[in-house]
Design a protein around this ligand. Structure first.
Ligand SMILES: Nc1ncnc2c1ncn2[C@@H]1O[C@H](COP(=O)(O)OP(=O)(O)O)[C@@H](O)[C@H]1O
Ligand SMILES: [Mg+2]
Length: 320
């Protein structure tokens, strides 16, 4: 109250809206008084420069009891998390567009080459043909070559920047992504249990890329548990020692209690555009596989004995 320029003692016995010209939650307070129901809201209090959480309850004497809590810091953290999530989602989209562009470029290159070759052959065979026909053939060759040059540029662009390989702790990667997805996980009341082996070595990798992989797997696990009962909404994230081609490595696995996958489709899960979701793109696992393989590792899926799936990836300590 002092911050608002009022003496607390002087306010006793006064009516709130007589003292303050603008009470942001006046309407809610009036509703609590007239309808006798508790109401909570969150408002920005301009004079304080703070977001405030209000809990208003009808009191037995016909008035209102109200509790307030400053939540500016909590909101700031939430907003930052949302921003980080949006950025990651953007990275995922850009990466899948890149893959898409690269594969189209690859597919188109060959027929373009064939067009140019055939047009050259034609203009040789038709050396006696009218000038116009020969000009048209020359244009075809030139246009096909130009298209090839564009495609070559797109391909070099989508090969992407060289990932930055540094020593990373997979436990940190897991921790970062779990912090980022904490909100979605708790909204869906999904419990996450982590099991980390002692003395895990560091791996050589690109932090952002590995986060992207782990994020894909977490999102997939979350989506696989959509709408299931509480007993199925849990996942176990583990990091263990693992040997990769007789060299030391680290294995990360995510075991979920979700709908699982049909054993017959198991081999297709990592293929581009394979999705069983109405709004799915089917690129998440494909991208994850290319990232892990670029790190000299392996990624695979297994069906759980009872319910759900386990997705695992292993990375060599020394990197690719
Ligand atoms: N944890 C999981 N449980 C069951 N099926 C899964 C899981 N993760 C992935 N899948 C299957 O693999 C498919 C491809 O996954 P992904 O590449 O991430 O694409 P998207 O999520 O867009 O469908 C999914 O549509 C789903 O059928
Ligand atoms: Mg996915």
């Amino acid at each position: 109250m002092k911050l608002l320029g009022k003496d607390p003692d002087g306010l006793i016995g006064k009516v709130l809206w007589d003292e303050f010209s603008h009470v942001p939650n006046e309407e809610a307070m009036r509703r609590v008084m007239s309808e006798r129901v508790p109401i909570s809201d969150e408002l920005y209090y301009a004079p304080l420069g703070e977001y405030v959480e209000n809990h208003m309850y009808p009191s037995p004497d016909g008035g209102v009891v109200s509790f307030q809590r400053y939540v500016t810091e909590r909101r700031r953290v939430q907003e930052e998390l949302q921003k980080a999530q949006a950025e990651l989602a953007h990275v995922a989209r850009v990466m899948s567009m890149g893959e898409l562009a690269a594969s189209i470029a690859h597919e188109i290159n060959q027929p373009l080459g064939a067009i140019a070759n055939n047009a050259s052959a034609c203009s040789r065979l038709l050396s006696g043909a009218p000038q116009e026909a020969r000009n048209a053939l020359r244009d075809i060759v030139q246009d096909a070559n130009r298209a090839s040059a564009i495609i070559a540029r797109v391909r070099s662009l989508t090969k992407g920047s060289i990932p930055e390989k540094v020593s990373v702790d997979v436990k940190d990667i897991i921790g970062d992504v779990l912090a980022l997805t904490q909100r979605q996980l708790s909204e869906r009341e999904i419990t996450v249990q982590t099991e980390f082996a002692q003395g895990l070595p560091l791996v050589l990798g690109d932090r952002i890329e590995l986060q992207q992989v782990f994020l894909n797997l977490i999102m997939n696990a979350m989506e696989a548990m959509e709408g299931l009962g509480a007993d199925r909404r849990s996942m176990i994230v583990a990091a263990r020692h693992h040997e990769l081609e007789r060299s030391p490595g680290v294995l990360v696995s995510i075991q979920d209690g979700g709908i699982g996958f049909n054993p017959r489709t198991a081999e297709h899960l990592f293929e581009p555009f394979f999705t069983t979701k109405p709004g799915g793109l089917g690129m998440g696992l494909r991208i994850s596989r290319s990232i892990i393989e670029a790190h000299g590792g392996r990624i695979w899926a297994t069906a759980n004995a009872l319910t759900g799936a386990t997705f695992s990836f292993a990375l060599p300590v020394g990197g690719a």
